[in-house]
Design a protein around this ligand. Structure first.
Ligand SMILES: Cc1cc2nc3c(=O)[nH]c(=O)nc-3n(C[C@H](O)[C@H](O)[C@H](O)COP(=O)(O)OP(=O)(O)OC[C@H]3O[C@@H](n4cnc5c(N)ncnc54)[C@H](O)[C@@H]3O)c2cc1C
Length: 410
């Protein structure tokens, strides 16, 4: 079958490989080129051990405190508030205890399959050298939060995730560059991080072309409803295919709307600063619990980033946020390079209110599939998403129930 994948981010490129595995003719479309979106500059953490959605009873309690600080870990640009309101209302609903529990089950089931799917994809496509398996650390300055992490570890065990709670002294041996400010850490020994998100996406993209996929730089403005979907762009551009997959990240909403599905997709903007060539300061990715940032030792250089800002797809970045992240990091890590020597970046996490992506067929056209909205975990979940889409196209049963990822669940 001839199948078009709209979006050459990490999700679209992983889907392309899964479809090639089944012998399909794959056309990848992107209006910019490969890895234009957050697949270019994310934190590079295979964060499959995170199973708690952001909409949770606990986070809801913290939201007012966070919002009081305009440069804090969570912010809403005032002008964007009216547009965000419907999303926020769904977020509130998703944080109710029963809805939260359903999301944990959905997220956990997907995350549990994420790393095995990646290792298989990486080996098959010759990109295993981009994946480093040194585990990951979540470090705590607050004793109550550290104790609570011990409880969360029990929930993670339900999904076969190993977490070792380690004390202050052991942490110093793990990461000597950390200042002595932590009460302890949760070590996730099975977590991985990658060489660099852009390099990995490009390597996978090139591997797809080498396997016979074709690429066209084209904008898809809409998709027709017919049995054979027509992808339609500006100036009369059109491609008719047997199946289409929408994997356009934070820009997927209007394409799903053209298929009759009103999906509450928005974007959580995130920021980072990278220091090209600065390697070896930390050994593994580190998340600073309660402080809203992570530090990853990419092969391309150290990256410090995080924050969640609601401000839509058009507003320019506010790198005062990045400075705040850096300043916080320098209070926790010895030997950071000067902020001024870093490269600044902002990216658009494609986010649904319940922290779960949309994966599955359009409700009105079974020949068009959705694979977007992976939020904080798109790189992590890309390979398993590809495998699921290939199963659906082939009429095979996917390895997990897809109801939690339905476009009509809201
Ligand atoms: C600061 C930050 C840190 C992050 N850290 C991590 C992490 O450590 N681990 C992790 O797993 N995830 C992380 N993420 C999330 C992750 O980066 C995203 O979930 C993921 O990259 C989404 O990939 P995607 O392929 O769905 O979308 P994208 O990367 O956005 O790709 C979509 C592509 O579609 C193209 N496109 C859009 N509209 C159209 C159209 N109409 N026609 C044609 N082409 C179109 C775009 O040009 C783009 O190239 C982070 C994100 C941010 C912002």
């Amino acid at each position: 079958m001839k199948i078009a994948v709209v979006g050459a981010g990490i999700v679209g490129v992983a889907i392309a490989h899964a479809l090639l595995d089944d012998g399909h003719e794959v056309l990848i479309l992107d209006r910019e080129g490969p890895a234009f979106g957050p697949s270019r500059g994310n934190a590079g953490w295979m964060a499959h051990t995170d199973i708690l959605p952001i909409a949770s009873p606990k986070n809801l309690r913290n939201v007012p405190k966070f919002l009081l600080d305009p440069l804090g870990p969570l912010a809403i640009r005032p002008a964007y508030f009216p547009k965000l309101l419907p999303w926020l209302i769904r977020f509130l609903f998703a944080a109710r205890p029963d809805a939260f529990e359903r999301s944990v089950q959905g997220l956990g089931a997907l995350q549990q399959r994420a790393l095995p799917a990646w290792l298989k994809l990486a080996e098959a496509t010759g990109v295993s050298n981009h994946i480093h398996r040194k585990g990951g650390l979540y470090v705590f300055t607050d004793r109550g939060a550290f104790t609570e992490a011990g409880e969360i570890a029990k929930r993670q065990a339900e999904f076969a995730i190993t977490v070792d709670m380690i004390g202050r002294e052991e942490l110093r041996q793990f990461e000597p560059a950390l200042k002595d400010r932590f009460v302890g850490a949760a070590f996730h020994p099975d977590t991985a991080h990658i060489s660099d998100p852009l390099q990995l996406t490009l390597a996978l993209f090139e591997a797809a072309l080498a396997r016979g996929a074709t690429f066209e730089k084209a904008e898809v403005s809409t998709i027709s409803m017919g049995e054979r979907p027509a992808l339609i762009g500006p100036n009369g551009w059109q491609r008719v295919v047997d199946r289409a997959v929408i994997a356009a990240g934070a820009w997927s909403k209007p394409l799903a709307a053209a298929m009759g599905d009103k999906v509450p997709l928005d974007t959580e903007r995130g920021y980072n600063v990278s220091f090209p060539g600065r390697t070896g300061l930390t050994m593994r990715p580190i998340g600073f619990e309660g402080h809203g940032f992570v530090v990853t030792p990419l092969e391309s250089g150290l990256r410090i980033g995080g924050a969640v800002e609601f401000g839509g797809l058009e507003a320019p970045p506010n790198h005062a946020r990045t400075r705040v992240l850096y300043d916080k990091a320098s209070g926790f890590i010895d030997g950071l390079p000067q902020f001024e020597s870093g490269t600044l970046w902002m990216g658009f996490r494609p986010s649904l209110p319940d922290s779960l992506p949309v994966i599955g067929p359009s409700s009105r056209n079974r020949n068009v599939y959705y694979a977007f909205g992976h939020g904080h975990y798109g790189m992590t979940q890309s390979a398993v998403t590809g495998a699921i889409i290939a199963d659906l196209v082939a009429g095979r049963a996917p390895p997990l129930a897809l109801d939690p990822f339905s476009p009509t669940r809201f």
